[in-house]
Design a protein around this ligand. Sequence first.
Ligand code: WT7
Length: 635
Amino acid sequence: MGNDIKNIDDYKSAYKKSIENPESFWADQAADFQWHTLWRKVLEPDLRQGHNKWFVDGKLNITINCLDRHLEERGHQIAIFWEGNDIRGDHRQLTYAELHQEVCRCANGLKAKGIKKGDRICFYMPMVPELAISILACARIGAVHSVVFAGFSAVSLADRIKDSSCKMVICSDFNDRGLKHIPIKEIVDEAIALDCDSVESVIVYINTGGIVPWTEERDMWWHDFIGEQSITCDAEIMDSEDPLFILYTSGSTGKPKGVVHTCGGYMVYTAYTFKNVFQYEPGDVYWCTADIGWITGHSYIIYGPLLNGAITLMFDGTPTYPDPSRFWKICEKFTVNVFYTAPTAIRALMAAGDTYVEGHDLSTIKVLGSVGEPINEEAWHWYNEKIGKGKAPIVDTWWQTETGGIMISPLPGITDTKPCFASYPLPGIQPVLVDVAGHEIEGNNVEGLLCIKHPWPSIIRTTYGDHARCVKTYFRPFPGMYFTGDQARRDEEGRYRVIGRVDDVINVSGHRIGTAEVENAIDEHANVVESAVVGCPHPIKGQGIFAYVIVRQAVPDEVVFVEEINQKLVEMIGPIAKADRIMIVSGLPKTRSGKIMRRILRKVAESDYANLGDISTLLNPEIVDEIIRKSQETH
Ligand code: WT7
């Protein structure tokens, strides 16, 4: 049976075993689950071609392990607590038995609509229990879920629906976020109108009520969809390597790619990391504030917690509505024991002032988590002192959509914590730092490109419909290793600190945005000839979006122009892609081969004018002076 890590010796021996004998180590962890058929082989690795298979020929259904397996022991225990946007609204709760029934009803509804194993279903939903229910229902019948964050635009939604030719969309009527009222169904209709021919049906959950556009043959209300269905449903028997879900994420080039995770390895890894990283104990109330539209929500609101029979809290609002004490009010109301959030939220709440924290009973919190971007020292200390009262260790968890689960993290109360360091690799994870030539940088107190040497169970399996892209992005840069796209340093004692992306990806409030996508959207503006986008430091978001734009005709009113560009970004990507600064320039620094020298643009965006480096190879060095001058004038 799999062993939980309870002290430093456990960690050391688990780590040692996981490296010396990974197959036996992961077989032990996998033995905790209910398998229909055991695997024939634990691992068939192929880091060169990106074909890594785990628990080969094993058969299972992840929802049996999330739900059925717990019914006897904790059928009446809460599985999901839910808190809505409106502070005066009722909260909801579902026990494991209730969740099991609802998932079965929904699964039968899906079958009645002709959904079969392998079909793709797109979700565009607020953070309501029905989202968790329908995701699990999808997994129960072997369909593949593709959740799209409900802040993305109709154009982005359409791109994702088309890329994986989804047969069904599950959405709500509207969504309230703070004071915003978002017409979800209308956006879905707009997206489908953009040539989403694969969509046969749309299921609409009434969240707020109100009138929505309707297409008679295609659309169906959630209550009609599940209404008559039975509360039992046999689970589809899945192969370990059958896809469980697709989740789109941005890269340095082109459109977002659909990261594919499969059933067996993802199950074993998210369950193992959840219980150990958060040191979850039965009965603890666990709250991760992420949206299920991101990987954090998949792995650590739904799957990891439910696989462990945990109590997981879902919150459908924002940290600052009705005021910045909302998180702490919820922690007090539900006596939260483990709290997991993003640095951007911590910085925003810190900036709002300590008065919003004071007077709230946070004494139940024993572990704090951080994820999504590097946490700065000031935010780390504030979190530690004001929220954890110096008694709740902070787990700064480093991982990615592609890794499926947490890779590097302190273990609370077991390994030490150091501000801004994700610290030590979890068992099974072999991080290495390499230089640009791919040579491993050994020893401590060094910095380099972060790669992972050996496959782990929830490693990305493919990018949907384009395996070549997956190989090119993750496995070709440094053959024999997985490349993360991050730069990291290793301190004197071997702890890792992840510094940031080395590719053209910006991390805005913990959300990955590809500069190419932003540039494409800006270039849609009729008066734009060319644009170049880089990240710039931002006090709350971590990184902001800085766009340099060349225009066709002189812009009479810059304020209007900036608004128009942002309108394009909202329309093409979503509000998260709005630019923080837009600078009109007469040219972009280019090399003789016509490549934009982004290094210079990044330095200017950081106001670091003294360290531009060598600009002598530029085709148009004079442009650098213009850009610096403009930057100084407007900053
Ligand atoms: C990128 C992955 C992991 C779920 C949420 C984000 C950055 C993530 C940390 C951390 C420093 C971090 C990396 C990574 N990142 N966690 N603890 N410290 N950087 O998933 O959208 O796939 O983004 O987020 O740059 O590559 P994602």
